[in-house]
Design a protein around this ligand. Structure first.
Ligand code: PMP
Length: 428
């Protein structure tokens, strides 16, 4: 198929009719396909079924240090969970807190405490400042942006490049403005573009001079072990880079097993310098007597060690890779060469990011919804839900079946083409 821009008006009208007929045929099938959220599918969840039996009634409930996991205590987690997840995040067991079941909760609470009390090194609580600004590499994770919105932090959009956020833009901004207090980063297989930060980006984030002495990098390493190939993207250790740059307290790292074991019933964690961990533990001790240690024990008994966890992730990849491949195959067969869209081909993570022509994404998402395909709201991947170019669409391939996916992506591709044709014909 030709590039759409080279078509005459008559050809565009003909194409429009043709596409519209196909679209109406799909519409009459009354489909109901939900591709809106990055949820694991049943087969992925089933892989962790055995975990529910990994701590049996007749077993010992004791953790390595002899503590009864059924009882209170152990604010920062059981030693064997600290060991396993410290290894996963490449930090020491002294540099990690194992929390409850949600890393998003840990991030929310971290910023909430920053507003109320400040982070380590803050002169005053952030809420006492006239304005607090946060850098938001975009497209990014909508729930991060929702936290900023809730706390009335002004979000500054930072462009994403192929190897991470635009560091020139960031360095310029943070040096000049001490009200910029932090940045959101999903450094590996980013949500939604699947970008992994280069060593240079990691080093520049660690080294850059910031107007705010308490500038904090929220390093959400949600997809650190979620590879789709057997040649995982490497990611430089940010905590080590920050220590080497003389800013050991600049970064707070987060992750969870939500997409390793059970979404919403996994284990979440926070890693940082020992000083930061001491500071945060003091605050946490007021908030809780301790996390769910039985769940931590279940996880360690089930995966055993990092090798066991990685083997589990290979099984996950075997389930979801065909779904990613299906999306990419259809995008390629339906859209390539037409110069109306570009898309990511991630090596890991949970999403494929599709960019339409400028000004088309919201209309495409609406049109797909009218044919029964629910996608993440257009704009959701940007601060305040506003994509300045109205072109980004997040595709979440894991939950639907391959057959559902095929249909959903075919419809999506039809909508992209119809809306693009209308753009060229200047009709709505
Ligand atoms: N961070 C990112 C980047 C995510 O995509 C998600 C969604 N899985 C989360 C955090 C949420 O993690 P949790 O379930 O641990 O709260």
């Amino acid at each position: 198929m030709n590039d759409f821009q080279s078509l005459t008006e008559t050809e565009l009208h003909e194409l429009n009719l043709n596409l519209q007929t196909k679209y109406e045929a799909f519409k009459s099938q009354n489909l109901k396909l939900d591709m809106s959220r990055g949820k694991p599918c049943v087969e992925q969840l089933d892989l962790s079924r055995g975990m529910l039996d990994s701590v049996k009634a007749e077993d010992s409930f004791k953790s390595e240090d002899g503590a009864d996991t059924r009882n209170y205590g152990g604010l920062d987690g059981i030693p064997e969970a600290k060991k396993l997840f410290a290894e996963m995040l490449e930090v020491s067991a002294k540099e990690i807190i194992i929390g409850g079941s949600s890393s998003l909760t840990m991030m929310h609470d971290t910023l909430s405490r920053a507003m109320l009390h400040g982070v380590k090194g803050s002169e005053k609580p952030w809420s006492k400042l006239p304005v607090v600004k946060f850098l938001c590499p975009s497209p990014g994770y909508d729930r991060h942006f929702a936290i900023c919105e809730l706390f009335n932090m002004e979000m500054i959009l930072i462009d994403m490049k192929h190897d991470g956020p635009d560091m020139d833009q960031i360095e310029r901004l943070v040096a000049a403005d001490n009200s910029i207090k932090g940045i959101w980063c999903v450094p590996k297989y980013s949500n939604p573009e699947g970008v992994t930060y280069s060593d240079e980006v990691v080093d520049r984030l660690a080294k850059m001079s910031c107007g705010a002495a308490d500038f904090t990098i929220i390093w959400d390493d949600a997809y650190c072990v979620h590879h789709l190939t057997d040649t995982p993207d490497p990611l430089k250790n940010i905590l080590e880079a920050c220590k080497a740059a003389g800013h050991p307290n600049r970064v707070l790292m987060f992750s969870s097993t939500s997409k390793i074991s059970f979404a919403g019933a996994g284990v979440a964690m926070l890693a940082a310098s020992e000083d930061n961990i001491t500071f945060i533990k003091k605050q946490l001790s007021v908030q809780t007597i301790g996390p769910d240690k039985i769940n931590q024990l279940r996880h360690v008994r089930f995966y055993k060690d990092l090798a066991g966890l990685n083997t589990h992730m290979v099984k996950q990849a075997a389930i979801i890779k065909p779904k990613f491949d299906t999306v990419l195959r259809i995008l390629d067969s339906e859209l390539s060469g037409k110069k109306i869209a570009t898309w990511s081909k991630p090596n890991g993570g949970y999403f494929i990011s599709l960019n339409t022509l400028e000004g088309c994404a919201a209309a495409v998402v609406k049109m797909a919804a009218e044919a029964g395909v629910t996608l993440t709201n257009a704009g959701a991947t940007y601060p305040y839900g506003k994509d300045p170019q109205d072109r980004n669409i997040r595709i979440a391939p894991t939950f639907p079946t391959v057959a559902e996916m095929e249909k959903a992506i075919e419809i999506l591709c039809l909508c992209v083409q119809i809306i693009s044709v209308r753009k060229f014909l200047k009709v709505n």
